[in-house]
Design a protein around this ligand. Structure first.
Ligand code: ASP
Length: 302
């Protein structure tokens, strides 16, 4: 594996291998503590981040690597002086062995990969994709459900601008007999290109209007935050679809509830103690999956 640009590049075998490696690192963490000791990993974030940047940086440090970082690259790097993304990446490429990058443009990861010898790990590209989030989401579903074939997943919230949704449903479409239910306000419905992509691969897509339309034996709810920052000027009026205790009562014990976080009020805090709420476990998994990914790219990929 060289660059990680989008979910489309993965096949089932690679995911299986990555998840096994992640488990192995998790269970034998001390033996990996200097696995990338000779590597410098750059984390360049042109958009805000808490979990993605810090879990990557924790993963780098836990594998014994070194990290150079800019957390507000739009203002604190030469971007504010008018430097192009390509020029910044050319320079970072010379300084580091791997570049983890978040940027507001949908095609930023591909552009960076064109000019970089160091692997580019897409840590979120505008409203396009967020493939490393999909890796940890898919891993979390697998760890909880014990399977990825024969699952039903409801995606909720901002299906239009939510990059985590886009990457996740593409990844899940690798598996057999997957049904995705989509629930959003009409203005934030899933783009047709994503519906076409997953249905061409045999995944069913069913649009629903309310939580109680979802099957009671649903496997996964994947709730998301409305990406207000992406459409501030368009004046879309948002009524959130909220998961509260009453909504949870509709479903059985085998449900799990995921959210890429940050959450605002689309999952009520009263749900946090429900054993089916797995979003904090999900964010912890992110660090381990990113350790696995860095090892795969920097050690196995060499
Ligand atoms: N943290 C996720 C992302 O970067 C989800 C979100 O911001 O709502 O896409």
């Amino acid at each position: 594996m060289r660059h990680v640009l989008g979910s489309e590049q993965f096949c089932r075998e690679e995911l299986d291998k990555l998840f096994k490696l992640t488990d192995h690192i998790r269970e034998n963490e001390r033996s990996y503590s200097s696995a990338i000791a000779d590597k410098v990993v750059a984390t360049i974030f042109y958009e805000p981040s808490t979990r993605t940047r810090l879990s990557f940086e924790a993963a780098i440090l836990r594998l014994g690597g070194k990290n150079i970082s800019t957390e507000n690259a739009l203002e604190m790097s030469s971007a504010i002086k008018g430097e192009t993304l390509e020029d910044t990446i050319r320079v970072m490429d010379a300084y580091s062995d791997c570049i983890v990058m978040r940027h507001p443009d949908k095609d930023s990861a591909e552009r960076a990969a064109k000019v970089s010898n160091a692997p580019i790990l897409n840590a979120g590209a505008g409203s396009g994709e967020h493939p490393t989030q999909a890796l940890l989401d898919t891993y979390t579903i697998y760890k909880n459900k014990g399977r990825l074939d024969n699952i039903s997943v409801a995606i909720l919230g901002d299906l239009l601008y939510g990059r985590t949704i886009h990457s996740l449903i593409k990844m899940l479409s690798l598996y057999e007999n997957v049904t995705i239910y989509g629930l959003s306000i009409p203005q934030l419905a899933l783009g047709q290109e994503y519906i076409d992509y997953i249905t061409e691969r045999g995944t069913k897509y069913i649009k629903v209007d309310k939580i109680t339309d979802l099957p009671k034996d649903l496997d996964v709810i994947y709730q998301t935050r409305t990406q207000t920052e992406r459409f501030e000027k368009e004046g879309i009026k948002v009524e959130e679809i909220v998961i509260d205790k009453t909504a949870m009562d509709h479903f059985g014990d085998d449900l799990i509830v995921l959210h890429p976080l940050p959450r605002r009020h689309e999952i009520c805090t009263e749900v946090d103690n429900d054993p089916r709420a797995k979003y904090f476990e999900q964010s912890l998994n992110g660090m381990y999956v990113r350790m696995g990914l860095l090892y795969e790219v920097l050690v196995n990929g060499k």
